[in-house]
Design a protein around this ligand. Structure first.
Ligand code: CU
Length: 141
């Protein structure tokens, strides 16, 4: 009995700690949620930024990325999803004409779940440096 207790005394806590770590690891390998996207949902931009950066909270595999215009036309992207899993993906964007766009992606989390998400944004095409017509002359009232 004394031997039994000694064994538990030694191995018990280690087993508990190991189990705890295992649980945390299991949770960490669950869904990969989007932590940030460099273009905010519904954003209006004067021109396309050079990249779209998606950051996930856990490693994930990027399955596909698709950019479409308001009329549903697919805009080709010079991007091939990497084979390796990662947390941050940088997708170069082409120059975009003024239009409404949707960029959608699919990711495979470490637990095998496939998740789809995306953002809608507008390219206004208006240059922020070109400001308006001349101001109307003040009128005497
Ligand atoms: Cu999951």
């Amino acid at each position: 009995m004394k031997l039994f207790e000694a064994q538990w005394g030694a191995k018990g806590p280690i087993a508990v700690v190991a189990l705890g770590l295992f649980s945390i690891a299991s949770l960490a390998q669950a869904h990969a949620m989007v932590r940030s996207v460099s273009i905010a949902e519904g954003a209006t931009l004067t021109a396309a930024p050079p990249n779209l950066v998606i950051v996930f909270d856990h490693d994930a595999g990027l399955g596909s990325v698709r950019l479409t215009t308001a009329s549903g036309e697919v805009v080709p992207l010079a991007f091939t999803p990497p084979r390796a899993m990662g947390k941050t993906f940088t997708i170069p964007l082409p120059r975009l004409e003024a239009d409404r766009y949707k960029i959608e992606w699919r990711v495979i989390a470490q637990d095998g779940h496939v998740m789809a998400a995306g953002v809608n944004f507008v390219i206004s095409g208006a240059s922020p440096t070109l400001t308006s017509a001349p101001l109307p002359k003040p009128k005497r009232l």
